[in-house]
Ligand binder design. Structure first.
Ligand code: NDP
Length: 284
């Protein structure tokens, strides 16, 4: 039976630390502020934005929401970002993705000041992660690392396999494991012998976006299994990329879905916003 790594527990601890530091900053006259931009009315994006606002209130941050209509032009969106880049009370800017099709996501990401880029999607922050000299880490991979640390798992020298190579999860995840001296393999939809590669992993991270994709035959005895996926199964129930019921008895550590990586993402966003407030006030 695997030890369950609880994202609920670890995210509560991260948030408590952020709350405490936020109080200390406020005592110095600095109130960390996060601006969240949402364009259009995608229901999933609305849920994410509401959760981010709630998390800000929970840790004591100021949050501003900019809910723009779906027909917002690129110029209007860039103009808002420019205003927020210059606004001293706002330390972090997040533009909820995906954007409506007519908007250029890349240009929007590039327009956010790297110092306020709390998602760590700006090319300058991505480059900093590559060379290991960063202020912000992308929230989901950073959350996975936090879970690994909390469980006391040493990555050094371990065979680490990441399934998925997206810019927001898979690629930075691999880089963070590499920074901790893991021997890292990245798998994707063109990978041959996926099953064999995964079955050799000491640490397996699934970021595929396919319900219950990782089955027991893809997991080594005693492996650490981290499930980033958020999917619905055939009955509409929330599930991860890992077939939890079959894999759990074989793993040494595993994250559940829900209650695993999910809550970590917002907690790490709070941590990044705090860091942004410190950086912009010369405190870090
Ligand atoms: P993407 O769709 O951007 O990337 C999925 C990756 O999986 C791609 O690299 C793709 O390969 C790979 N893949 C797809 N099918 C296969 C296959 N059959 N075999 C091997 N690899 C495959 O997804 P994201 O990275 O954005 O997200 C991954 C999952 O994590 C989703 O379930 C998402 O909902 C969840 N997520 C959860 C978050 C959280 O807070 N917990 C935050 C962000 C995402 P290729 O590149 O070749 O197409």
């Amino acid at each position: 039976m695997a030890i369950l790594i609880s994202g609920k527990e670890v995210s509560a601890k991260v948030r408590a630390d952020v709350r405490k530091e936020c109080e200390e900053l406020k005592a110095k006259g600095i109130a960390p502020g996060l601006a969240v931009i949402i364009v259009g009315d995608d229901p999933a994006s609305r849920v994410y934005v509401n959760n981010k606002k709630k998390a800000c209130a929970d840790v004591g941050f100021v949050s501003e929401e900019y809910a723009l209509p779906a027909e917002t032009t690129q110029e209007e969106l860039l103009s808002l970002i420019d205003t927020l880049n210059k606004k001293d009370e706002i330390h972090g800017i997040l533009c909820q993705l995906p954007l409506p099709k007519h908007l250029d996501e890349k240009a929007v990401i590039n327009a956010i000041s790297p110092l306020k880029d709390v998602d760590a999607f700006h090319p300058s922050n991505v480059g900093r992660i590559m060379i290991g000299d960063y202020h912000f880490l992308p929230c989901t991979p950073a959350g996975v690392m936090e879970l690994i640390h909390y469980a006391g798992i040493d990555v050094s020298g371990k065979s680490c396999v990441v399934i998925g190579r997206s810019n927001i999860v898979g690629k930075p995840m691999a880089m963070l494991l590499l920074h901790e001296n893991g021997t890292v393999t990245i798998c994707h939809s063109r990978t041959k012998n996926l099953k064999e590669i995964c079955a050799a992993a000491d640490i397996l991270v699934a970021a595929v976006g396919r319900p219950k994709f990782v089955t027991v035959d893809m997991v080594k005895d005693g492996a650490v299994v981290l499930d980033v996926g958020i999917n619905r199964d055939e009955n509409g129930k929330l599930c991860g990329d890992v077939d939890f019921d079959s894999v759990e008895p074989k793993a040494s550590y595993i994250t559940p879905v829900p209650g695993g990586v999910g809550p970590m993402t917002i907690a790490m966003l709070m941590k990044n916003t705090l860091m942004a407030a410190k950086l912009q006030n010369g405190l870090s």
